[in-house]
Write a protein that binds this ligand. Sequence first.
Ligand SMILES: Cc1cc2nc3c(=O)[nH]c(=O)nc-3n(C[C@H](O)[C@H](O)[C@H](O)COP(=O)(O)O)c2cc1C
Length: 306
Amino acid sequence: MKPSLVTDFAGVRLKNPLVLASGTCGFGREFSEIFDMSRLGGICSKGLTLEAKTGNRGIRIWETSAGVMNSVGLENPGVPVFIEKELPFMQTLGPRPQGPALIVNLGGHSIDDYLAGVELLNGADFDILELNISCPNVKAGGMAFGVKTEVARDVVRAVRSICKHRLMVKLSPNAEDIAALARACEEEGADAVSLVNTFLAMAIDIKKRRPVFENTYAGLSGPAIKPIALRMVHQLAGVLKIPVMGAGGITSWQDAAEFIMAGAAAVQIGTANFINPKISLDILAGLETWLESQGIADIKEIRGSV
Ligand SMILES: Cc1cc2nc3c(=O)[nH]c(=O)nc-3n(C[C@H](O)[C@H](O)[C@H](O)COP(=O)(O)O)c2cc1C
C-alpha cells in the first residue's frame, strides 16, 4: 500500500510535507507552466511588504561552491497589489485543502508596518501567514526583529493580537539565541515556526577589491547551510510544542528525510528550485518509494525519531 504523506501542520492539512520556500518560486506563475503544482504540500509567496519595493541595486545573486548568496532586498509588488493580482492566481493552483496550502510571507520595517500588512491580509483567503522577521537583506530593521528575543516577542505579540490566520514565524539563523527566540514566539501565540532563513555571509570581488554586494553582506542558502539548519531544527523541535517547518539546503529526498527525522513536520525547498524547478516532485517520489521500501505506512512514524 502507498504510504501516507498527509501532514497536519498546525491544523492545516498538507497533502504532503513539501512546500516551496518564499522567494524561490515567486507566486507560482512560472512554476505552474512547468508542472502541476497541485501535487505540492504548499507554496510560500515571495516576501511581501506593505508598499511595493524595487529591491536592492547591484548584484543580487552570487553562486558559491555550495549554494547561493542573495541580496534581492525583498523586491515585491506590495500587499494591496498582491491581494488584487497574485493571490487570486495562487488560489487557482489547486483546490484546497486537497491542493497546495497557500502560505503568505510578510516582512516589515517596523511593528506598525507589519500590523498594517496583517490588517489588509486579514480579509484574504489563504492558509498560513508566514511572518518574516529574518530577512538579512533589508536595511533598517528587518534583521533586528529576528536577532533579539525581546524584539521578536514584541512583533509576534502585536501581530498575534490582530492576525486572523494561522501564524508561522520564520526565524533567522543569525538570532542571538534561536531556542529562546522560538520559545518567545510560542509563548506569544505563534502556531508554528519555520527555519531557517539565509545566513549572513560575504563575497569579495578580488579584481575590483571590494565586496560583491552593494550592501556588503548577503544571505547564504543552499547545501552549504544544510547541516547547520538541520541542527537548529533538531534543537527547536526538542523544546517547542508547536510544529516546525524546516528549511536549509534541501536538495534530495534524503535531505528531506533528515529534516523530518530531526523533528520537522514539513520542509521547505528553496535554492534547489533554481537548479531543477521540478525538484520537489523528485523529492516527493523519492520519499514515497523509500517509505514504501521500509514498510513505513505513514510519514509521521519517522518524524522526530532522532
Ligand atoms: C533568491 C532568494 C530569495 C529569497 N527571498 C525570501 C523572502 O522574500 N522571504 C523569506 O522569508 N525568505 C526568502 N528567502 C529564503 C528562503 O525562503 C529559504 O528560507 C532559504 O533560502 C533557505 O532554504 P534553501 O537553502 O533551501 O534555499 C530567499 C532565498 C533566496 C535564495
